[in-house]
Design a protein around this ligand. Structure first.
Ligand SMILES: *Cc1c(COP(=O)(O)O)cnc(C)c1O
Length: 375
């Protein structure tokens, strides 16, 4: 048993072993040609991302937070605009709204999927109106890898004339009713932070869109609002490019992503089977394939911390994503929030277990046994 310890929460080393020397070779090629900024691998990766996702355009950038900010800049979202998003998410989702100059309006989540509740959007919409804001967009977050309820949300957006922005930082590789993430919203953003389902060896991000005009704007915005070149400044932009080295690494990793997403389905199914009835397992909607960024169970609030401590003693690392909803964080105190009981409840009950495509059955059995014993 000790030979399996410590158990990694996410095993990037196993992925690297699988890829052999492909990454070293790809990195060496970039070192040799020396085009470290927007080199040929960036172009190639953008083409590969389109092919993989089915999106018409992919624009890479420096990280997933910038991908959101750049998207809102391209959509001319700013002062006085209300963006509806879940409170139960990573801070970057809401932070990007504020950085773009707009106002986040927090909406509650569905208790089964932990994603934004389409039924809560109307209350948010009214709240924004009351606050004198202009409703502009819904930002879905595909939490823990599961795409949000896009058909209901797109319906609401159509009815109210709102844009749809998908924060798919955790869900690249997932699909919804046969369509891959990247094609489900006006713009879709993702992050290549190392621990995401599709990550690089540093920071990185991308935006996917079918809209050619938005794509052209994004290509300008990521290089200081350039026109014909960097020294022709036609708008205010920023410096947000993906390093060629990271693009070269991502090209290699993308070639095994489909296989990895499939392996994650097996890991998730084994967890569900092994933990059945003792905890609340994540619920994936019919027709949806999650990227399983995380496997997050729910436990009675009174037991959660004890189970986490007990697992740590067994050598099993777990993480609470997220301990506090954003609307109750000091940084967001001034923004509108309706009553969000499901977001509050989730924060006190969730626990994420080790999750990655290379989790061996024996190790997983040990984790499952530990949870079942402690609960
Ligand atoms: C990771 C993450 C981001 C931000 O991505 P970075 O690349 O770290 O900037 C945004 N939204 C969600 C939901 C995330 O999980």
């Amino acid at each position: 048993m000790n030979s399996q310890l410590p158990i990694p929460f996410i095993d990037l080393a196993a992925q690297r072993r699988r890829l052999g020397d492909r990454i070293e070779k790809a990195v060496r090629e970039v070192m040799d040609h020396g085009r470290f900024i927007l080199g040929p691998e960036v172009d190639r990766l953008e083409k590969d991302l389109c092919e993989f996702s089915g999106a018409k355009n992919a624009i890479t950038c420096a990280n997933g937070t910038d991908a959101l900010v750049l998207s809102m800049m391209a959509l001319e979202i700013g002062d006085g605009d209300a963006i509806f998003l879940p409170s139960f998410t990573f801070s970057a989702s809401a932070e990007s709204v504020v950085l773009a100059g707009a106002t986040p309006v927090f909406v509650d989540i569905c208790p089964d999927t932990l994603n934004i509740d389409p039924a809560g959007l109307l209350a948010g919409f009214e709240e924004a109106r009351t606050a004198g804001l202009r409703p502009r967009a819904v930002m879905t977050v595909d939490l823990f890898g599961q795409p949000a309820d896009y058909s209901s949300i797109a319906g609401f957006c159509g009815e109210k004339g709102l844009l749809l922005i998908a924060d798919a930082a955790q869900s690249f590789g997932a699909s919804y009713q046969g369509a891959r993430v990247g094609t489900l919203a006006t713009v879709t953003t993702t992050s290549f932070f190392p621990s995401k389902p599709f990550g690089c060896y540093g920071d990185g991000g991308a935006i996917l869109t079918d809209d050619e005009d938005i794509a052209d704007l994004l290509r300008s915005l990521r290089v200081h609002g350039q026109g014909s070149d960097k020294y022709d400044n036609v708008r205010i932009g920023m410096n947000s490019r993906l390093d060629t080295l990271q693009a070269a690494i991502l090209i290699e990793k993308l070639s095994i992503l489909k296989d990895e997403i499939e392996a994650r389905q097996d890991v998730a199914a084994r967890y569900k089977h092994g933990l059945e009835d003792r905890v609340i397992s994540p619920d994936v909607t019919d027709g949806v394939v999650s990227a399983w960024a995380l496997y997050t169970i729910r436990l009675p609030e009174a037991r959660r911390d004890a189970v986490q401590d007990g697992l740590l003693e067994l050598g099993v690392p777990t993480v609470v994503y997220y301990p506090r909803p954003l609307h109750s964080q000091p940084a967001y105190a001034e923004y509108p929030a309706i009553d969000l009981p499901e977001s509050e409840a989730a924060c006190s009950q969730v626990l994420s277990l080790p999750m990655h495509p290379y989790l061996e059955e024996a190790v997983q059995d040990l984790i499952i046994e530990g949870v079942n014993k402690l609960i």
